[in-house]
Design a protein around this ligand. Structure first.
Ligand SMILES: N[C@@H](CCC[C@H](N)C(=O)O)C(=O)O
Length: 334
C-alpha cells in the first residue's frame, strides 16, 4: 500500500507523495497525469488541490530529501513556499529532525520547525531563495525594461506599477488599494499572462497586495498552472521583498512582516546578506487527511479503492483563522 497525505499551508492545498516508499518511482509522464487527475476538483479526491509535492531521495550533498512541485495542470514549478513547509513537517516527523536541508529544483533550502501558530497548528520556517531580478531569470520580454521595480507597465495594466522577482519561480507584484484588490483586475491580468502572450512567455504568478500598516500586508495571488489560490508562499515572500524595495518606510529588513491572505496568515522576514536577498517564510503546516491506495492504482490514477482518514487539524486551523483580524471581503476560498 502507498500512503498519501493531504496537506495545506494557508489553505494552499497539496497531496504529498513520498516516492522513496514506492517499489519504483513514477515516470515524469505518470506523475503529470496522476497530478492532473487527483488535483482536479471534479475527477480528483477531496475536492482536488493546487498540485502534488513529490518527495525523492536527495540529489545534492547534505540534504535530507528532494521536493518536486507538480502544479494542478501537470506543469512543474521550481519552488513552492507553502508546500515546502508541509514537506518540512513530513520529513521532520519521519526522520526526527527539527532543522535540515531540502533539495528543490535550483537550490538546497534550509527548513526548521518553529513555534506552533496555535494549539494543534504546527508551524515551520523555510528559506526562499535564490532571488533574481533580471529579465532572463523571470523570464519576461518586450516591456522595454531589463528589470521591473515599481514601473508603470500599461501593456500589462494601465495605471498600476509592477515589480517582478524570481524566487526562483517567477512573480509579478503590484501594490494597490482595497477597491482594486477586491475587484476583477487580478483575474484579467492573471489569465492573460498565463495564456500565450508576448511578455511572460513561461507564464507568471501574479500577486496583488494591499499595504495594511507598517510590516503588514494582504496578498491575493493568481498562480501559474493553477489559477486563483487561497495563498502562495513564494508570492507572499516575493511581495514582502518588493515592499522593502519600493516602500522602504513601510517595512524593515530582518523584521517579521505579517502577511494576511484569503487562506490565513504567514510571517515573512526579508534578509540582505553577502549582497543577496533571501526571505524566511513562516507559517502553518497542516495535515488534513491520510490516504492509502495500491501502488498499481496510483500508477493508473484509479481512486475507487482509496482509504481516507481525516485528522482533527482542520478544525484547529479554522479556529486559528477565526481569531485573525478581517481586512476586506475576500474570504477563504476552500
Ligand atoms: N503555491 C506555491 C507556488 C507553486 C508554484 C507556482 N504555481 C509556479 O508555477 O511557479 C507557493 O506556495 O509558493
Amino acid at each position: 500500500m502507498v500512503n498519501l497525505l493531504k496537506v495545506h499551508g494557508s489553505q494552499n492545498h497539496f497531496f504529498i507523495l513520498d516516492q522513496t516508499e514506492l517499489e519504483s518511482p513514477l515516470t515524469d509522464n505518470e506523475l503529470k497525469s496522476f497530478t492532473k487527475k487527483i488535483s482536479d476538483p471534479k475527477t480528483g479526491l477531496l475536492n482536488g488541490t493546487d498540485g502534488v509535492l513529490v518527495i525523492n531521495k536527495p540529489v545534492r550533498e547534505h540534504a535530507l530529501a528532494q521536493m518536486r512541485v507538480i502544479n494542478a495542470d501537470g506543469s512543474e514549478a521550481s519552488m513552492c513556499g507553502n508546500g515546502l513547509r508541509t514537506v518540512a513537517r513530513y520529513l521532520s516527523e519521519k526522520y526526527h529532525k527539527t532543522s535540515f536541508l531540502v533539495d528543490t529544483m535550483n537550490a538546497s533550502l534550509r527548513v526548521r520547525k518553529d513555534k506552533d501558530f496555535a494549539p494543534n497548528v504546527p508551524a515551520f520556517a523555510v528559506e526562499i531563495s535564490p532571488v533574481r531580478f533580471n529579465k532572463e531569470a523571470l523570464p519576461f520580454d518586450n516591456l522595454g525594461y531589463d528589470r521591473l521595480i515599481d514601473n508603470y507597465i500599461p501593456e500589462i495594466y494601465p495605471g498600476l506599477r509592477f515589480t517582478s522577482i524570481a524566487v526562483p519561480n517567477p512573480h509579478l507584484i503590484s501594490f494597490m488599494n482595497q477597491k482594486q484588490i477586491t475587484g476583477p483586475i487580478l483575474g484579467t491580468v492573471g489569465k492573460r499572462l498565463n495564456d500565450k502572450n508576448p511578455y511572460f512567455t513561461d507564464g507568471v504568478n501574479v500577486n496583488f497586495a494591499q499595504i495594511l500598516d507598517k510590516n503588514k500586508l494582504f496578498v491575493r495571488t493568481y498562480e501559474r498552472g493553477v489559477g486563483f489560490t487561497n495563498a502562495c508562499g513564494t508570492g507572499m515572500s516575493a511581495t514582502s521583498l518588493a515592499l522593502v524595495l519600493t516602500h522602504p518606510e513601510m517595512a524593515d529588513l530582518d523584521t517579521p512582516i505579517s502577511v494576511y491572505n484569503p487562506g490565513g496568515m504567514v510571517k515573512t522576514v526579508v534578509h540582505y546578506e553577502e549582497s543577496q536577498y533571501w526571505i524566511e517564510l513562516i507559517g502553518n503546516a497542516t495535515f488534513t487527511h491520510h490516504l492509502s491506495l495500491d501502488e498499481a492504482d496510483l500508477r493508473t490514477g484509479t481512486f475507487e479503492h482509496v482509504k481516507i482518514t481525516e485528522t482533527n487539524e482542520q478544525t484547529a486551523y479554522e479556529k486559528f483563522v477565526d481569531q485573525l483580524p478581517k481586512f476586506n471581503d475576500i474570504t477563504t476560498l476552500a
